[in-house]
Design a protein around this ligand. Structure first.
Ligand code: HEC
Ligand code: HEC
Length: 286
């Protein structure tokens, strides 16, 4: 979808008035496919590209001196190239375009830096980029990051490798007798390594954490899911297939809660670098 000249003019005017916010609101009703033509990109095309291109193309258009290629012949191709280059479109405080400074090439002039900063702030608003690169932006990414932050040594220390062997009432068996292969998205198998690795992954990881959203409906963060604990004591509806009743020993309940909350807190503080994984060579590890 192409913006007409008059929309474009109206929108450049809105920017000139410093009210990108007005545009952001009015565009929120349009479909995703129109996202291409929204404020940040148009600002890049009309202001940022003409300013950067003459100074940066010497190396960044043809890859001279081993410079990464992110400048094209037109604003469009340049935007596409920059968009496809991981990390360049980010909040100004972490984008290499702003932060690079003098290198084989020159640092940005003050004018260039102002334009790029203004543009990236618009991109960050539109794309809901976080100022903290460590924070996942959506539920899937958060699940993945949570899984990768789960520490196996801690899991073992908290005796969570015994979860699967808990029994249910009326001799209906240990958890693993039914959940050995992940039935009902609950993976609790005889092999503690497999259980741990599976619980790190979607959909099983949802038995450990659930996402929360803010009052605008945007993804906010992860919380401990009580499904594993609550399932065993829920009121059983006579007409549905009734799950066997169970309750975990209280220390195990506490340990599971501790493990999940610790992992959430490590994740948000960026302390996931040194997590241990089962040394079965099943996963690449770090
Ligand atoms: C004389 C050549 C030259 C010019 C002109 C030049 N650069 Fe570079 N640039 C390089 C080289 C070589 C590299 C790769 C080595 C490095 O990272 O320093 C590079 C790397 C970069 C990177 C790092 C990309 C990454 O991998 O994170 C950024 C950002 C960058 N340049 C921005 C610019 C901007 C913006 C301009 C224009 C204001 C510019 N450069 C002009 C040579 C140049
Ligand atoms: C006799 C088989 C059986 C045993 C033993 C069993 N489950 Fe289940 N479980 C099921 C079935 C069937 C479902 C899917 C239907 C349902 O939700 O009731 C299920 C679903 C679940 C769910 C996910 C459903 C939800 O509502 O979130 C959890 C969590 C769960 N089981 C935990 C456990 C735990 C923990 C144990 C061991 C203490 C255990 N189960 C033992 C059969 C079993």
């Amino acid at each position: 979808m192409k913006a007409t000249n008059s929309t474009r003019a109206a929108f450049v005017l809105a920017l000139a008035m410093g009210s990108a916010f007005v545009w952001a609101c009015s565009s929120s009703s349009s479909s995703d496919s129109a996202a291409n033509a929204t404020g940040a990109k148009a600002f890049f095309n009309s202001k940022v590209f003409p300013s950067l291109q003459p100074t940066c193309k010497g190396c960044h258009q043809g890859g001279e001196r081993g410079a990464p290629v992110f400048i094209g012949a037109s604003a469009e191709t340049t935007y596409t190239a920059i968009d496809g280059f991981p990390g360049l479109i980010a909040v100004p405080s972490i984008s290499p375009i702003v932060q690079k400074g003098p290198h084989s090439g020159p640092a940005l002039s003050t004018d260039q830096a102002d334009l790029v900063t203004q543009w990236l702030k618009m991109e960050a608003d539109e794309r809901k980029l976080s100022s903290d690169p460590g924070q996942p932006q959506n539920l899937r990414a958060a699940f993945k990051a949570f899984g990768a932050c789960m520490d196996y040594d801690r899991w073992i220390a908290l005796k969570l490798d015994t979860l699967a062997k808990n029994t249910t009432e009326n001799n209906q068996g240990q958890c693993n007798s039914c959940h050995n292969y992940g039935m009902a998205s609950m993976w609790l198998s005889v092999d503690p390594v497999v259980t741990f690795l599976k619980l790190r992954e979607f959909p099983y990881v949802q038995r450990l954490v659930v996402g929360s959203v803010n009052n605008k409906g945007e993804f906010e963060g992860l919380n401990f899911s009580r499904r594993i604990l609550d399932k065993g004591t829920e009121a059983q509806q006579p007409q549905s297939n009734s799950h066997p009743r169970y309750s975990f020993p209280s220390d195990l309940t506490a340990n599971l809660t501790t493990f999940v909350n610790e992992t959430i807190s490590n994740l948000s503080a960026g302390r996931c670098q040194n997590v241990t994984t089962p040394d079965a060579g099943l996963e690449g590890g770090m």
